[in-house]
Write a protein that binds this ligand. Structure first.
Ligand code: PEP
Ligand code: MN
Length: 339
């Protein structure tokens, strides 16, 4: 349930409500807004008698049940959109943040040249996989810690922040030592042990939508991370599996405004994995801006024909630069409309 405190509620009244919520068998989560504090009481069921009792307590404006199955990530609990801070980069404040880089970290020259190229074109965050979730066990599995070290070096050289995927609970701490944002790939969206572990770390997480996951399942997975203690979660729509085989996946563009209705978490689009085709990345990047996404993740490679993974969907440097030029007027239009 949600307990909305009065604007003038005191700290001791807030603490008292938290105690009552615990007595009733729920866990309180205090969410401080600019005008008032709300307390989300998370637990099985929202009993009517508990709601009635809390309603009449001092300092309480109102108490009501949370209707959605996902709680802390829902807009019912928090109306204001959440922004995630990655160093000096903010995701979810109305701006449009670009994450770009190779599918896999392959080596020094490949990563440094890509990092420099994408930084020069306006990307703020460098992507690159050091642990790769490959469909075939015979495909390149990633450089592991050596790849993480290269990402950290690229950050030092360019000032870009770093996002990289973590595949396994065992690697979470190591990856968190090197990365600014931890990525949970589509194949791990419902790896609940991994999601719980990410709840315990002090780093933002980007959760990618599962290959066949519904919006509800997607948000319940985000809820796992948040309810285990980490509120800094952004969502990534990366295409879902449909009957269509002409593209690698089908970008669910409606998911973006729908998620924006249902959750306060930032939402980004990955047009590279959504399509599997380089030529489709630029048009979908424009769509991402138009539909209200908070940013974009795209794959970029110095020589896509030689890439160890996902070459056909990777942009060349000049194509990435062209994409950035192409979306700029759309970003500016969005900015002027929101002012
Ligand atoms: C990736 O971004 O490197 C990746 C493997 O994507 P996804 O998990 O969306 O397939
Ligand atoms: Mn890839």
């Amino acid at each position: 349930m949600i307990v909305a405190m009065q604007a003038e509620a005191t700290e001791s009244q807030i603490n008292h409500i938290c105690d009552r919520i615990r007595e009733f068998g729920y866990t309180p989560h205090v969410i401080r807004g600019t005008e008032r504090t709300v307390i989300a009481a998370i637990g099985p069921g929202d009993k009517k008698e508990h709601i009635e009792s809390l309603k009449s307590a001092d300092g309480v404006e109102d108490a009501f049940p949370i209707l959605q199955p996902f709680k802390l990530v829902s807009r019912e609990v928090k109306k204001q959109r959440s922004a995630i801070q990655v160093g000096d980069v903010t995701i979810g404040d109305g701006g449009f943040v670009i994450m770009a880089g190779p599918c896999s970290v392959e080596g020094y020259e490949q990563l440094m040249s890509t990092a420099e190229a994408v930084a020069a074109s306006g990307a703020r965050i460098l992507r690159g996989g050091a642990y790769k979730p490959r469909t075939s066990p015979y495909d390149f599995q990633g450089l592991a810690e050596e790849g993480l070290k290269l990402l950290a070096e690229a950050r030092n050289r360019t000032g870009l922040k770093v996002i990289t995927e973590v595949l396994d609970t065992e690697d979470v701490e190591l990856v968190a030592e090197y990365a600014d944002v931890l990525q949970i790939g589509a194949r791990n969206m419902q790896n609940f042990a991994l999601l719980k572990k990410l709840g315990e770390i002090n780093r933002p997480v980007m959760l990618k939508r599962g290959l066949s996951a519904t919006i509800k399942e997607f948000l319940l997975s985000a809820e796992y991370i948040v309810t285990h203690g980490n509120p800094n979660v952004m969502l990534c729509e990366r295409g879902i599996r449909t009957f269509e085989t002409a593209t690698r996946n089908t970008l669910d563009i409606a998911a973006v405004p729908l998620l924006n209705e249902l959750t306060h978490l930032p939402v980004v689009i990955d047009p590279s994995h959504a399509t599997g085709k380089r030529s489709l990345v630029r048009p979908l990047a424009k769509a991402a801006v138009a539909v209200g996404a908070d940013g974009l993740m795209t794959e970029v490679h110095p020589r896509p024909e030689e890439a160890w993974s996902d070459g056909p969907q990777s942009l060349r440097f000049e194509e990435f630069a062209a994409m950035m030029r192409e979306i700029e007027p759309y970003i500016n239009l969005r900015k002027s409309e929101s002012n």
